[in-house]
Design a protein around this ligand. Structure first.
Ligand SMILES: Cc1cc2nc3c(=O)[nH]c(=O)nc-3n(C[C@H](O)[C@H](O)[C@H](O)COP(=O)(O)OP(=O)(O)OC[C@H]3O[C@@H](n4cnc5c(N)ncnc54)[C@H](O)[C@@H]3O)c2cc1C
Length: 388
């Protein structure tokens, strides 16, 4: 962030020296390893995810807020800052880290057996194994309770059938955490992706999150032993708790994308001359910049505040919804406004702004759409559930 915006909100006064160090380490990695290539990866619609996962593992950001099993055991706030710095480069990279650490690893860590944890978590923390999280289906996104994927007991085994859609990391995953209906309600399964009957194919022609793998998973009579079920997750609480973890990272991440757009726009406005003077010297431009700085600064404050609450173990789903709804919505508005400052240059991949704006369209939709978070907040404030 430009020094002035940090100072405007005295942001660093809210962080510990250790958190500032984590932020600096991740920012440096992102600047050196990812930023020089990201526009090309986005344009090509591909990501060297396996190599990156190993590097992100060495950096310590995979499952970095989990304890034991070779995970870094950092605070939620430090994890959030890592998400912020990664998403300042691209939401796709933060998605890789979120899905690995907060969805797949957290599910195994929180709901799994000791055997499942030993088998998967150290390899996933190191980035040697990649995980995905299969909840959404072609006909059930916001309403996962209606999922059709079924797991049926057959002797001592389970047999899974169904289709999962829009699954980040799907085709590159070694392990999929898959949620399915059973006679006992919704259960989670740890599915090695080399299981017979499991297949994944990529969703192409995306205009958003192009530097991220998004796949369809098909489970066709996938037979798993009883030890594959997540023993401690019963009902929708299982996947929803895991989603809360990933949403938390997005509260920080989205504001990183907004920060990058604002910095880019300020730089551009200072050097671009229109009507014989720099664009930054016009009142209209400064009004835009000031208004955006307020939102980016307030977004940081909200993220840091929620980070502290989470570190005390007190955060509620409504608070996570508040942060996710506000910060993603405002980040998208900032990205669009910054695009106007860049004029025609703003529509190219030479600058990160339109890439962030397009990415944020996905971020607005996944991990609970804006409307779902409005309904969650509305229910908390009015006492009336309006989901159906
Ligand atoms: C790039 C990308 C990556 C993703 N990665 C994953 C992943 O790794 N794992 C996974 O399981 N899923 C993933 N998803 C899926 C994502 O979580 C869903 O897209 C999301 O939950 C919305 O579901 P849907 O797309 O089916 O939209 P729908 O649920 O069909 O919603 C369509 C519209 O209706 C609105 N709506 C829904 N219910 C209501 C209501 N009660 N009242 C008013 N409006 C309502 C929604 O807000 C939305 O605007 C990913 C999606 C994308 C785009």
């Amino acid at each position: 962030m430009s020094r002035s915006l940090t100072q405007l909100f005295a942001l660093d006064s809210l962080l510990t020296p250790e958190e500032i160090e984590v932020r600096a380490t991740v920012r440096k990695f992102a600047a050196e390893r990812i930023r020089p290539h990201i526009a090309e990866w986005f344009e090509a619609g591909r990501l060297p995810a396996r190599d990156l996962a190993v590097e992100l593992g060495a950096l310590g950001v995979l499952g970095m807020h989990l304890h034991g099993y070779d995970c870094a055991g950092m605070s939620a706030t430090a994890y959030g800052l890592a998400c912020l710095e990664l998403e300042a480069v691209d939401s796709g990279i933060r998605s890789l880290v979120s899905v690995q650490g907060s969805l797949a690893m957290f599910s195994i860590h929180h709901w799994g057996s000791e055997e499942q944890k030993q088998q998967w978590l150290p390899a996933m923390a190191a980035g040697r194994a990649i995980g995905c999280f299969g909840l959404t289906e072609p006909d059930h996104g916001s309403d996962p309770a209606g999922m059709r994927t079924r797991a049926v007991r057959d002797g001592r085994d389970w047999v899974l059938n169904g289709t999962k859609m829009w699954i980040t990391n799907g085709s590159i995953a070694d392990v999929a955490v898959v949620w399915a209906q059973t006679e006992e309600g919704i259960r989670g399964f740890v599915v090695p992706t080399d299981s017979l009957g499991f297949s994944a194919s990529d969703i192409r022609a995306k205009m958003s999150l192009r530097a991220s793998v998004t796949s369809e998973l098909v489970l066709d009579d996938v037979r798993l032993p009883d030890s594959a079920v997540l023993p401690h997750a019963e009902g929708l609480r299982g996947p929803l708790t895991s989603l809360g973890e990933a949403r938390f990272g997005i509260i920080f991440g989205a504001i990183g994308a907004a920060r990058d757009c604002l910095e880019t726009a300020i730089d551009y406005a200072q050097t671009r001359e229109v009507f014989d003077k720099p664009l930054a010297a016009y009142q209209l431009t400064q009004a835009k910049i000031a208004d955006m700085a307020l939102e980016v600064g307030k977004g940081h404050l909200l993220a840091y505040h929620l980070g502290r609450i989470k570190d005390r173990g007190e955060i509620t789903p409504e608070q996570v919804s508040t942060g996710k709804l506000n910060n993603v919505r405002e980040a998208l508005a900032v990205a669009r406004e910054c695009r106007t400052i860049l004029g025609a240059n703003g529509i190219t991949l030479e600058y990160p702004v339109i890439r962030h704006a397009n990415n944020l369209e996905s971020v607005l939709t996944y991990e609970g759409t804006s409307e779902v978070h409005q309904l969650t907040i509305g229910k908390a404030l009015t006492g009336s559930a309006a989901f159906r």
